[in-house]
Design a protein around this ligand. Sequence first.
Ligand code: HEC
Ligand code: HEC
Ligand code: HEC
Ligand code: HEC
Ligand code: HEC
Ligand code: HEC
Length: 276
Amino acid sequence: MCSHLSRLVLIGLAALGLLLSACSGAAPPTASTVQTWYIDPVRFQRGAHAGLQCADCHTAISLGEMSAGHPNPDRVTQDAVATFDYTACRRCHPQEYDAYMHGVHAEVASGVRANQTDNPAPTCGHCHSPHYNPPNRTRAELIASQVATCGQCHGKATETYLQNYHGKAAANLGDTSSAACTDCHGAHTVVSLKSADKALEVCQTCHPDASVNMTGFLIHAQETVPAPAAPHAGESMLLFVTKVLLTILVVGVLGFFYAHTFIWFIRSAHNRMCGS
Ligand code: HEC
Ligand code: HEC
Ligand code: HEC
Ligand code: HEC
Ligand code: HEC
Ligand code: HEC
């Protein structure tokens, strides 16, 4: 009877070990389909665009002569970010607009490049609030906003960045000399850094003595089984195997000693009750 009990305990512990494996994934953003048309004038006047006329951006609306299509009640159920014509931003922000147009996000948005993800390619409106964008943000605020903004669609890259030295220092400790997403990739051109030459150029802006070896340092270290063509596939595989082995080691050692203590306890309880 007594040995049955200890066997049951061991089986229980093994089941607990199995439960310890967990996985995580970022959900793609969902565009809300029902919009409110209310624009809060107080918040608007506190934003970067305070003082602008509504018609500066909503060029299809002029106060004197309402354009035929407006107001169209069907529009309120549409995603305003998807339907707005962002060429209106170019008039006052030609630099950012042109940089964006030369970038990968614009290529994917216009269909020049195929989208390999479930996320939409961002336009200005995915990253900036036109009505309420705060003015003159500090670098610390910009870093925090990037983790949220880029993180909507690049959940994995954001997670690995936050585990990296730069992310820990910049986003968690507020060290503004460390690197945020746009310091490496740029905000509007979003340069891919898969090639070591491109990465080196970027590293050297803050690490002037960096050599090409330094680009082997993983910024987005993945602890999962990589696709064969993924950058740093070998290193990711090594990290994955190490993680699995260490998990087995930790669970094994803890399991063994907890089981040991428990069986010991049962043994001494048995000794007391059975009187030997
Ligand atoms: C700096 C440019 C800009 C200015 C100025 C501006 N808007 Fe907009 N507005 C936009 C953009 C861009 C969108 C598309 C949705 C988005 O990006 O959030 C939009 C969307 C809207 C919508 C659709 C619902 C929504 O919230 O997305 C309404 C209504 C609206 N604007 C009203 C106004 C009014 C009223 C004013 C003046 C007080 C104004 N806008 C000033 C750029 C602007
Ligand atoms: C009529 C001119 C005008 C138009 C059109 C316009 N802006 Fe602006 N924008 C400004 C001015 C003025 C500022 C404040 C001064 C500055 O920081 O450059 C500003 C500031 C900004 C900022 C910087 C906020 C910060 O962090 O300091 C962003 C982002 C921005 N605008 C995005 C947009 C987007 C997106 C659109 C199109 C939907 C747009 N703007 C259309 C005039 C304009
Ligand atoms: C993928 C996200 C993203 C998209 C899309 C995007 N921006 Fe930005 N933008 C940023 C970030 C992040 C910053 C903050 C500056 C930085 O980190 O370099 C910024 C900064 C700006 C600024 C302020 C410039 C400065 O240096 O203070 C303006 C103006 C601006 N963007 C306009 C636009 C316009 C216009 C578009 C559309 C053509 C656009 N942005 C599209 C992310 C984006
Ligand atoms: C609304 C979704 C969305 C947001 C927000 C967004 N991205 Fe992207 N991004 C995409 C999509 C879609 C692609 C294309 C992916 C593909 O097809 O491989 C992409 C591609 C990229 C690439 C790869 C470029 C290449 O050549 O392969 C980089 C780097 C990138 N984004 C950085 C950023 C940064 C930095 C931010 C924040 C400032 C950001 N993205 C915000 C959707 C987004
Ligand atoms: C210190 C520089 C650095 C910072 C900061 C950084 N990255 Fe990267 N990123 C890289 C390098 C180098 C690569 C290419 C190698 C790789 O994929 O690991 C890369 C790869 C990527 C890719 C894969 C597509 C491609 O072709 O480059 C995406 C998407 C991406 N980063 C998004 C982000 C986002 C979002 C952030 C902020 C949350 C961020 N990165 C912060 C350096 C950086
Ligand atoms: C915007 C500036 C900036 C950029 C761009 C940048 N770094 Fe850094 N990095 C820092 C700062 C600041 C530190 C901490 C101080 C130091 O050691 O110099 C740091 C530290 C490091 C460290 C030491 C981390 C540790 O664990 O001790 C490595 C490795 C590193 N960076 C690699 C890179 C690589 C690789 C790139 C290019 C893909 C890069 N950095 C791009 C700012 C940057």
